[in-house]
Design a protein around this ligand. Structure first.
Ligand code: 26V
Length: 820
């Protein structure tokens, strides 16, 4: 209870209550009798800010006083979700706020529901950035997250006749209490124009970029409080505006400028978050978006460096820049441009600084995901950067020549510029050439980065390519989202697990203790009941908490194989229709996923799942043994309610394609058992948990390669497995889409005629067997409970604090500066 907690920030229930009331009256100009929950939420956020801001100022003072080295985490995505509950937990004031609001007749959980998600990310990559800045602050490291202040987050999803509908996500339409606008730190960003060679007074030539247009970058700061509030860092998000100071005549010599049109064009740059998993058409805008936020961030980093009175030779001692995927790569030539053109540093010296400053994280091996920008586009938008890239490449190819004299094939392969009818700049190559460290995000992925993606780079730079396995913050993903389980752990292993997740191992001896098992599974059951109510509210569908809750939540992509889950569901449905007495533990299959708006097959899979759900859920013949629910608008705040209620976690990507996965970790931590392939972080999870406590199935990475080399033919599986053939043929009928035969045939076609790129049919039989094993195991309550506990208690390694310590040790080399 609140009495025994010593909060990180001194605040009694009475003080909190008064602070909330004060904000209601003095900031929101309303009163208790008129205030709705939104107003109470705002007032509570403001009250929390009063405590946060003080710590923020203290942290900033301490960091500048110590002239600290900091990491600058550049990411186009920060999938923050909601902040109130998380901030209260990290301040250790959750119970205080809960009691204070109770005294005011309000329920904190209900108030938290008022907060729109900060959905400034697509999926794993963006959520990882959010977990990392939580860990950096918790561990007391000086760090700034840099990103874009999107007007609209990832779209709001709904379904119409089973099809995905996208609407703008207007998360800050009515303001956001967590952010502070900082006009004093505005930056100006040039674009377009031409490059001039100028000879200076000493007769030395240098380049001057005359921009054709300028944007203004306005920073919005979101305080990031670490657990225990010993550090409050910031997430700085840039918003684009028209730059009034800019002389439009340069661009529109003689022409008429409609200032409003220019203004709205400028504001478009930070308007929307692009889906990261579709090859997008709006290329020019996306490149400008990337450059805009990198230019603002690099200038901001240098401004802080200069303000501290530092000189260039120690730049790399004070500044580390982490590139979250290739999206911020343009920061490299931008820093070179400033150092060489504006600061007039020697190229070699500037380059040696860049090599020490930059490091890059690779998040995918999918070839279509590796960013390339056409040289022509570069020439138009960033003419000087293209010249700099050429010069970096010229020097790099000399190194390649030294290592492999005369080998033009290798040069063509490694070159930053890809030759061909459309010459392209390969952003990943630029990252690898520049960075002192390049990391993959799970052991197997990092190995594949070395052996398959960048083998020559690995030979050229033998210590550059490393692994840092991903992690998740236990604050949000256990303490805040699963309070009952968190309390059970507090009692069993002590409260330290929140910052030292390895402590959960101390609960392992209890895995076979019937009393502990009972408590663990009661918590799971309560969480399932809560989810049952949410499902009913969101969809009207009734499901039973006694069924196995089998959940797949992640972006919709063919490599993640939601379609494999679909054909297994059809298999069970068929078995039930063939034999109404078919003996199975009732199962609820739950899905949550957004499909990139332009990704046809992903949208077809959503449609198919919704159509199958309609049929299955209303079929009286199967006696409620099977339910399928696709929850709309999957997002962080919905995820927080699904992970704690899961029995089964679906992690079923084709081996070698899911770089890491992080949902897998969240499920296990909350006591779900994984059905999964030996892919990404699943492999390391199996090492920690014991593979015998998971349902591992399917081809391994090596077997996938063998099969593809030998020549994969999905028809072999189709004709050899009557059950598989029957369910695929079912998709061609109008059973699920009455009156519209063939409405689901695309899925069958992709799995047969189009070659089943992701080997669903090859893994089908083994997947079905894994599910049969799930059914058998679930019937043994004690065995299931034991495994659930083992899964949860073994997640210590997957704490994002550990990931951050790995980065600090191997890449960033930072020191901690927690407040006293
Ligand atoms: C991008 C693209 C672009 C072209 C079409 C196909 C495609 C598919 C996926 C992507 C996403 C690339 C970046 C990404 O989000 N990677 C995810 O990063 C997570 C954090 O490291 C990791 O856990 C996921 O396994 C990985 O997919």
């Amino acid at each position: 209870k609140s009495a025994e907690i010593v909060p990180a920030v001194a605040c009694t229930t009475k003080q909190m209550r008064q602070a909330i009331l004060d904000r209601l009256h003095k900031s929101l100009a309303t009163e208790e009798s008129k205030a709705n929950n939104k107003a109470w939420w705002n007032a509570t956020c403001y009250a929390v800010n009063e405590l946060l801001f003080e710590k923020l100022t203290d942290t900033q003072k301490s960091h500048s006083g110590h002239d600290t080295r900091a990491v600058n985490y550049l990411s186009l995505e920060f999938l923050m979700g909601r902040l109130l509950s998380n901030n209260l937990h990290n301040l250790e004031l959750f119970n205080v706020a809960q009691d204070a609001l109770k005294g005011l007749g309000k329920d904190l959980y209900e108030i938290c529901e008022e907060e729109p998600d900060m959905a400034l990310g697509n999926g794993g990559l963006g959520r990882l950035a959010a977990c990392f800045i939580d860990s950096l602050a918790t561990l007391g490291y000086p760090a700034i997250g840099y990103g874009i202040h999107y007007e609209n987050g990832l779209f709001a999803q709904s379904f119409q006749d089973g099809r995905q509908i996208e609407r703008p996500d207007t998360w800050r339409e009515y303001g956001n209490p967590w952010e502070i606008c900082r006009p004093e730190s505005i930056q100006h960003v040039p674009l377009y124009g031409y490059v001039e060679t100028v000879i200076d007074e000493n007769g030395i030539s240098h380049k001057v970029w005359h921009a054709g247009q300028k944007l203004k970058g306005v920073p919005w700061d979101v305080p990031i409080v670490g657990y225990g509030a010993k550090t409050v860092n910031i997430l700085r998000l840039w918003e684009s505006r028209a730059d009034e100071a800019f002389d439009w005549d340069v661009f529109n010599a003689g022409g008429y400028v409609d200032a409003q049109v220019e203004k709205s064009k400028a504001e478009t740059i930070s308007k929307v978050l692009y889906p990261n998993d579709s090859t997008d058409e709006g290329k020019e805008l996306r490149l400008i978006q990337q450059y805009f936020f990198c230019a603002c961030s690099v200038k901001d980093i240098l401004r802080r460096f200069r303000r501290a009175g530092n000189k260039w030779p120690i730049l790399a001692e004070k500044v580390a820049i982490q590139l979250n995927d290739t999206h911020p790569t343009i920061a490299i030539p931008e820093l070179m441009r400033i150092l060489v053109d504006e600061e007039r540093l020697d190229w070699n010296f500037a380059w040696s600084l860049c090599e020490k400053i930059f490091s890059y994280t690779n998040h995918t091996l999918l070839p279509e995901a590796l960013e390339k920008w056409s040289v022509a586009l570069f020439e138009k938008v960033l003419p000087r950067h293209l010249e700099i890239i050429y010069e970096i490449n010229r020097r790099f190819l000399e190194t390649v020549e030294q290592k492999w004299p005369g080998d033009n094939d290798i040069k063509a392969k490694l070159s930053i510029v890809e030759e061909g009818s459309q010459r392209m700049v390969r952003m990943a190559n630029l990252c690898v050439v520049t960075s002192h460290k390049v990391n993959g995000v799970a052991a197997v992925h990092s190995e594949l980065v070395k052996t398959d993606l960048f083998p020559e780079f690995d030979q050229l730079y033998p210590t550059k390519l490393i692994n840092v396995t991903n992690g998740i913050t236990p604050r949000r993903w256990l303490k805040a989202c699963n309070p009952a389980l968190a309390a059970l752990y507090d009692e069993t292993v002590g409260k330290d697990w929140v910052v030292n997740l390895d402590k959960l191992k101390d609960a392992l001896p209890k895995a076979t203790d019937t009393v502990f098992q009972k408590r663990f599974m009661e918590i799971k059951r309560d969480n399932k009941v809560e989810l049952v109510n949410i499902i009913k509210d969101l969809t009207g569908i009734e499901v039973s908490a006694d069924a196995i809750f089998d959940i797949q939540i992640k972006r919709l992509h063919e490599y993640k194989r939601q379609q494999l889950n679909l054909i297994h569901i059809l298999t069970l449905y068929r078995r039930l229709l063939d034999n109404p007495d078919y003996d199975m533990v009732p199962r609820v299959f739950l899905f949550g996923a957004k499909a990139a708006p332009g990704y046809h097959m992903a949208k077809q899979i959503i449609y198919a799942l919704n159509k199958v759900a309609e049929k299955v859920n209303s079929d009286k013949r199967i006696k409620g043994k099977l339910k399928v629910v696709f929850l709309p608008n999957y997002r962080v705040s919905l995820a927080e309610k699904m992970f704690p209620a899961a029995d089964i976690s679906e992690q079923i990507s084709t081996a070698g394609l899911e770089a890491s996965g992080t949902g897998n970790m969240k499920f296990a931590l909350n006591g779900a058992l994984t059905v999964g392939t030996m892919d990404g972080a699943n492999i390391e999870m199996a090492e920690e948990i014991g593979a015998e406590h998971m349902f591992i199935f399917g081809l391994s990475v090596a077997e996938v390669k063998e099969l593809k080399t030998a020549g994969y033919n999905p028809y072999d599986y189709y004709y050899n497995n009557p059950e598989l053939k029957a369910v695929l043929d079912w998709l061609d009928t109008d059973f699920f889409t009455p009156g519209q035969p063939g409405a689901l045939s695309d899925i069958k076609r992709s799995l047969l005629e189009y070659g089943d790129e992701y080997l669903c049919l090859a893994d089908y039989e083994s997947y079905c067997k894994a599910h049969d094993a799930i059914d058998t195991t679930y019937r043994n309550k004690a065995l299931w409970a034991e495994k659930a506990i083992r899964n949860s208690a073994a997640m210590g390694k997957f704490n994002s604090d550990r990931s951050i310590e790995d980065y600090v040790e191997n890449v960033w080399h930072l020191k901690k500066y927690p407040l006293a």
